[in-house]
Ligand binder design. Structure first.
Ligand code: 5GP
Length: 345
């Protein structure tokens, strides 16, 4: 047993210090980034915010709206080939650069992935997602996907430490997804005691990835647009959102009404709700590591997207970054014991 005594930080432990700036208005802040990916060598340009590959978030309906803002959607893995057929019929080329095909790491997953990409070779992103990205078998699966799809941009995760980011990049991933336990409907830390505060995970993993020419996604734990800005400030190339995008018209999940109020169900992909729905129940040997919550219904997702992007633009003006690309080097975090004023909460 070993104890690491250096303090690890979450979003709630820091604020970003404002800096002198010559920027006149947030209108001038450029939120688009351009990347050329390590292995696929593909170029991508857009706003690097991603809807999570959960069946309540990464829906086709979400993808349609997010695409129009140049954002990405990791489309959840429970759509069939026929669902993809219906979604892609007559779609413009842009959508192929703005959706990721999500997959697990089993043989069946590989089969389904091959069917979708075989039929729609224009789709450029694959998101290989498992709860624990530390297993050797997962690394082998990533290498197999790279071998089978040499020109696709591959996302792999989740991990939270630099050495595993390096391992996944060397095994064929272009982008590594970072986050174990910070999610709004995740109970991994409670069930297993495993985790890593998200801000430190991002700082350390970004450093490891950028050294090799790879990219990272900060996945989970953002509660407000300020947290999204902190993730980018910490070095994330992309930020993935679940809970912040829940409860909208475009979200999956049942709409329920109680005492005249409307709510939408939002649940973790390892929750009992998800396992009942997709796997016919929770297997005996495992515990569910996700929960189910009711989110107040929030109408169309459009307003929330504008709120997130508006917040990010404002962060950039406070620190004098004319583009999102500059945010990390303009960021100084200060460690704090308080965040916002909660008098009216
Ligand atoms: P949020 O933005 O809601 O804080 O986090 C979304 C992320 O939580 C997802 O992208 C995914 O990585 C993670 N997640 C989703 N469902 C579950 C689950 O059931 N268990 C765990 N441990 N994490 C989950």
């Amino acid at each position: 047993m070993r104890v690491e005594t250096d303090f690890k930080l979450g979003f709630k432990d820091v604020l970003i210090r404002p800096k002198r700036s010559t920027l006149k208005s947030r209108v001038h802040v450029d939120l688009e980034r351009q990347f050329t990916f390590l292995h696929s060598k593909r170029q991508w340009r857009g706003v690097p915010v991603i809807a999570a590959n959960m069946d309540t978030i990464g829906t086709f309906a979400t993808a349609e709206i997010l695409t129009s803002h140049q954002l990405l959607t990791a489309v959840h893995k429970h759509y069939s080939l026929e669902d993809w057929d219906a979604f892609l019929a007559d779609k413009e080329q842009d959508i192929y650069e703005r959706v990721m095909v999500s997959t697990g790491a089993t043989e069946d997953d590989m089969l389904r992935l091959s069917q979708i990409l075989g039929k729609y070779p224009g789709l450029s992103f694959i998101c290989i997602d498992v709860a624990n990205g530390y297993a050797e078998s997962f690394v082998d699966f990533v290498a197999e996907v790279r071998h089978n799809f040499p020109d696709k941009t591959i996302v792999a995760g989740n991990v939270v430490t630099g050495e595993m980011v390096e391992q996944l990049l060397l095994s064929g991933a272009d982008i590594v997804k970072v986050g174990i336990g910070p999610g709004s409907v995740c109970t991994t830390r409670l069930k297993t005691g495993i985790g890593y505060p998200q801000l430190s995970a991002v700082i350390e993993c970004a450093d490891a990835a950028h050294g090799l020419g790879g990219r990272i996604i900060s996945d989970g734990g953002c509660k407000c647009p300020g947290d999204v800005a902190k993730a980018f400030g910490a070095g994330a190339d992309f930020v993935m959102l679940g809970g912040m995008l829940a409860g909208h018209d475009e979200s999956g999940g049942q709409l329920v009404e109680r005492d005249g109020q409307q709510y939408k169900l939002y649940y973790g992909m390892s929750s009992e709700t998800a396992m009942e729905k997709h796997a016919g129940g929770v297997a005996e040997y495992r515990a569910s590591e996700g929960k189910t919550v009711e989110v107040p219904y929030r109408g169309p997702i459009e307003a929330t997207i504008r709120d997130v992007l508006g917040g990010l633009r404002s962060t950039c003006t406070y620190v004098g970054a004319s583009a999102l690309k500059e945010l990390t080097k303009r960021t100084t975090f200060i460690c704090v014991r308080e965040q916002e004023n909660t008098i009216f909460d």
